[in-house]
Structures are given as C-alpha cells and as structure tokens.
Design a protein around this ligand. Structure first.
Ligand code: ADP
Ligand code: MG
Length: 384
C-alpha cells in the first residue's frame, strides 16, 4: 500500500487541509468463475494492494478530484456534477458521486486525493478499489453511514451505469467486506456471505500472462447466451430452475441430451463450479489445503475444457506452477482468454516460486510476466 503519511502530505500541500484517509483493496478470485450471473457462488479475497482516498471539505462550492498516480485533476461545481462520462480515470470517482446524488444525497464541496498501487487493468480490480475508496471517504465526510452491501451495490452501479463497464458485484463487494487472512464466499443470489480462513502461512501469488486474446469481448456474450439456453431447457423439466445455480449434475445427466453440446458443456462448468466453490470454503474452514488445491485444479480444467475460456499461455502458467515447490493450487482467474492465474503458495516458498515461474514462463513464451505476491487483506477501512 502507498504511504498514508505521504498522501496526507500531498493533500495538505495541494489543498491546505489534512485529510481523513480511507484504503480500499483490489481483489483476486480464488474460485467461482462465471457463476455470478447464474446466481451462484464466488470466493474472492481482498489483497494488500489498495487505493487510498484522502478527503476534506472545501469552502468554494467546488469538487476537486486529484489522481496522484497521473498527476491530474478534475473539478466542477458540487451543485453541477458531470452528466456524461469522459472516458478517463475520473469517471470512476465521479460515477460514485453521481450515484450517491441519484440516491438523494447532497454532495458537499470537497477535495479528494486518490493514490493507489493496484496494478491498472491487470484484472485485480483497481477500478473497484477507486470506487470503494471514494464512496467510503465521501460518505464519511457527509456524515452518512451506508452498510457494506449497499455501498458495494452503489459502486457497482457507478461502474455499470456511469463508467459503462458491465461487471458483477463481486469486486466491489469484497473490496468493502473482505477481511485479512480470509477468503469471502459470496452467494450472488442474495449477497449473503461468510469468511473462510486462509492460513497466515499461505501467500496469494498472482501471475499475469500478459496476454488477452481479442475473442474475449465477443465470447463473453456467447458464453452467457449458452448458459441461459441450457438453463431454459432444464427448466422445462424442473420449473424451479430459475438459474443454473438451482440445477444439479443429476439434472444434466437426465436431460443433458436435449441441450446442444457447447451449451451443455458450459452448463456443466457452472454447475460443478458452484459445488467446487462451496466445497473450497469448507476446505479452508477445515484447513484441508490438499483438498483446496485439488478443487482449484479441477476448476481450472473445467474452465479450460468445459467452459473453453482458457488459452495456451494460461494453461502453461498453471502447468509450470504445478511443478514448483510450495504450490497448493493454481488456476486461471477472471473472465478468461488470458489475464492472471492465482496460485496459493506456502509463504516460505513464495519468493522462489515467483522467480522460477517467471523465468520458466519467459523461457517458454518469450513473454515477461508480471507476478505479485499478495496476502488476503481487510476490506475498506480508515487508515492513519
Ligand atoms: P482493473 O479494474 O482490472 O484494474 P479497469 O479497466 O476496470 O481495470 O480499471 C482501470 C482504470 O481504473 C484505470 O484505467 C483508471 O482509469 C482507473 N484507476 C485505477 N486506479 C486508479 C488510481 N489510483 N487513480 C485514478 N484512477 C485509477
Ligand atoms: Mg475493473
């Protein structure tokens, strides 16, 4: 995390007042991929990369937002929030202000400084960390308390509606509600959740393949359509199946023949992934790391073979990890077709794991990966 003292100093120098500072983390999903829109389960952890937001009141009626990462500022009248997105970084904090205003809150004149170390656009959800840090800082300044799930929904709406990026609730939810040394099992149906302990001796090593295959955009829509088709066919037999969350492998065995092959495979991924995700939380709760590793391995195979959302580079990254000492489990995380793998690694092996995985991946692909050693961290909080 960036230095809180340094952010205070920067804010003081620029705006003349010492801010209250909030930190909101990025995240990594340990298991549960493409299950969110099937009203299923996901199990992310907040990580120790975060965006800091420092906030103070102003006397001149304006809102001034400063991005220390870019040395840029955006300002406007508090009574006249921007109505349109601009296509740049300020959309994320402005989207949060607008969403608050739409919910009936009056945005006071304020100075907001943002400064983060979540890698941008690497799939660790720097965007959610900016939104959540902004929401926490601004609501505190307004003297308003918003509960965790409501804050997550508000930030998701800002990203969906103002920024114009479709994303589920997971990123914002865990950035608000995550806890140090815990993963968060989230039920995307009703947003109920429970925390499952990750042993302190385990590091979350995130390895960026540095590739994102261009099919990713279009394939997301095809996958969703296939999942919905499979669901409709199963629901003809069992109307209580509203989403694949409600279906079982037995349903698939009985009526799978009626579903076109691709859709059947996508459905098998979702149905088995939901079961693996809740089983993974139980494995953490019983400290059964071998079981957790197996579940992550099976999740990767299912994502690769049934959901067909992996790629050669991600499969290689997972395969190489499997041969290194200290690995508990590895799989491709995120939307698919590239991006990052998540590796649970015994902390004492983490540095060696990082350097060997990096060297071997580079040797095999010619690509220099980015690898981050992280730990499960607290959700948004006041710091300093
Ligand atoms: P991801 O969420 O996976 O990191 P996104 O494309 O969703 O990638 O969000 C990245 C964008 O979020 C950046 O391009 C930038 O506009 C904004 N952002 C992230 N971190 C910061 C920051 N510290 N300050 C200002 N804007 C940020
Ligand atoms: Mg994002």
């Amino acid at each position: 995390m960036q230095s809180v003292e340094q952010l205070k100093e920067l804010h003081l120098r620029r705006f003349g007042t010492v801010p209250q500072v909030f930190a909101a983390p990025g995240r990594v999903n340990l298991i549960g991929e493409h299950t969110d829109y099937a009203e299923g389960f996901v199990m992310p952890a907040a990580i120790d990369f975060a965006t800091l937001a420092g906030v103070t009141q102003r006397e001149d009626g304006r809102v001034v937002i400063r991005a220390e990462n870019f040395d840029e500022e955006r300002s406007f009248e508090a009574e006249a929030l921007p109505e349109m997105r601009s296509g740049e970084w300020s959309d994320y904090p402005v989207g949060v202000l607008r969403t608050l205003a739409e919910e009936g809150y009056r945005i006071p004149p304020l100075s907001l400084s943002l400064w983060g170390d979540v890698p941008l656009g690497s799939g660790l959800s720097s965007s959610a960390s900016v939104e959540v840090a902004t929401a926490a800082a601004v609501t505190r300044l307004m003297g308003t308390a918003i509960d965790g799930p409501a804050m997550a929904r508000l930030c998701q709406r800002a990203e969906n509606e103002f920024v114009g990026a479709s994303c589920g609730i997971m990123d914002q939810f865990v950035s608000v509600n995550g806890a140090a040394n815990h993963a968060l099992l989230l039920d995307c149906r009703d947003l109920s959740y429970r925390l499952a302990p990750i042993p302190k001796s385990v590091a979350l090593v995130i390895a960026n393949t540095m590739v994102k295959h261009s099919i990713a955009g279009g394939e997301y829509g095809t996958r969703r359509a296939e999942v919905e088709l499979a669901c409709r066919i199963l629901a003809r037999h069992r109307p209580e199946i509203r989403f694949l969350r409600d279906a079982t492998v037995v349903d698939l065995e009985r009526w799978g023949e009626e579903i076109p092959e691709a859709a059947r495979k996508r459905a098998r991924h979702i149905i088995t992934e939901n079961a693996r995700t809740t089983a993974a939380a139980e494995a953490l709760e019983t400290q059964d790391m071998d079981r957790l590793g197996m579940l992550m391995h099976e999740a990767h195979l299912s994502y690769s073979h049934d959901f067909e959302a992996s790629c050669a580079e991600a499969d290689l990254m997972v395969e190489l990890a499997g041969r290194l000492p200290g690995l508990i489990g590895a799989r491709l995380t995120g939307g698919g077709f590239g991006g990052c793998t998540v590796n649970l690694v015994e902390q004492e092996f983490a540095a060696e794991f990082k350097s060997k995985l990096g060297a071997q991946y580079r040797e095999r692909t010619g690509i220099e990966p980015e690898i981050y050693i992280c730990h499960a961290s607290d959700g948004v909080r006041r710091v300093g």
